[in-house]
Design a binder for this molecule. Structure first.
Ligand code: RB5
Length: 343
């Protein structure tokens, strides 16, 4: 089963145990964070997990906070979501049979992991009874015109950006000092066509979020300007010197460079614009279909992130690996080399 999971700091430890147990049982788990016990806001994670269900990227969701209450309130405000707060096996079974609940909520400060894992097991393995319960759950959904599409706050966008960068760094095994290219359309984040509604406020939030995680992993960021500046990039002068890049003469502006490049130019220490990265980016994050592939080192490998959107923009990611060169006798790992040396 495809299961989306999420937690705040109060549920982080239990969420980690649940993730390991689900993976061991062969489920496909999308972990939307959080990734530490640093204080965060539970509604942000409830939205990420429930959106995965709404977009049919997950079959069910599990949310953990301190009590499970905040998560269940937040999840139940999302359309099509029936979240059940369960701390006993009877409720876990009954809510599947009667409510066809698609999200399970628990409190990391309420129950131990032994009981929690049994509840997860019971909940996942109990079928909906249908019949009269179908009529009842149909009455839970508000009329279509009452469900306005949610807007994202700056805080939510910042948090989503931090999570994306953490996930990219961890899944790409990026070493400190790696160069990462960022493409970002603030218009797409707001649900508009690229280049049509740039937002300085969105750029500031996303920049702050990316920066936070990039600093934690000691990554160097390069921000791609829009095509009106030929996809040149904003970097720190020290990055230009370290990678021997060619400086070009331009100052990014919202409609010639883009809101994110403008923000980066004002925030990076001694910012400059360079023509290209000489294909030296070890990884990249493309927020809003901005096409960053031309800056990546050979060979670019697509990375499937658990987080597939930031605000309303699509997100794609990639990392690079060295080319595999050689003929029939070539070996590609230390283990293979040791084996070859034995002969
Ligand atoms: C965080 O301290 C706590 O309020 C949260 O984890 C949850 O219990 C909310 O309902």
């Amino acid at each position: 089963m495809r299961i989306a999971i999420g937690a705040d700091h109060g549920g982080y430890h239990l969420k980690e145990e649940i993730r390991q147990s689900l993976e061991k049982s062969g489920h496909t788990v999308q972990d939307f964070g959080c990734y530490s016990t640093e204080s965060v806001d539970y509604p942000d994670y409830a939205i990420l997990v429930t959106r995965a269900i709404q977009q049919n990227e997950a079959d069910k969701g599990i949310l953990v906070c301190g009590t499970g209450i905040g998560m269940s309130i937040a999840a139940n405000k999302q359309s099509g979501i029936r979240a059940a707060l369960c701390h006993d096996l009877f409720s876990a079974q009954a809510t599947r049979e009667h409510n066809d609940s698609n999200v399970l909520c628990m409190g990391g400060r309420v129950i131990g992991s032994g009981l929690a894992l049994s509840i997860v097991d019971t909940w996942l393995n109990t079928e909906f009874s249908g019949g009269r319960h179908l009529r009842r759950i149909a009455k839970l959904e508000p009329a279509a015109d009452e469900t306005a599409e949610a807007e994202f706050s700056s805080e939510q966008l910042q948090l989503q950006a931090t999570d994306l960068m953490h996930e990219l760094a961890e899944k790409s095994n990026l070493e400190p000092g790696s160069l990462v290219v960022i493409g970002c359309s603030t218009s797409e984040i707001g649900g508009h066509r690229i280049g049509s509604a740039s937002s300085a406020e969105t750029a500031a939030a996303v920049y702050a979020g990316l920066r936070k995680a990039a600093d934690a992993h000691q990554l160097i960021l390069a921000f791609q300007c829009c095509e009106h500046l030929n996809r040149s990039l904003v970097v720190e002068r020290s990055t230009m010197e370290r990678y021997d890049l060619e400086q070009v003469s331009v100052v990014p502006a919202p409609h010639a460079g883009g809101a994110m490049a403008t923000q980066a130019f004002s925030q990076l220490a001694d910012a400059v614009v360079v023509n290209d990265l000489h294909h030296k980016a070890r990884a990249g994050l493309d927020i809003g279909d901005t096409m960053i592939g031309m800056h990546l080192a050979w060979v670019a490998v697509p990375l499937r992130l658990a987080h597939k959107t930031l605000g309303k923009a699509n997100v794609h990611a990639a990392f690079s690996r060295p080319r595999l060169v050689g003929g029939k006798r070539a070996v590609y790992s230390q283990e293979q080399a040791q084996e070859a040396n034995r002969i």
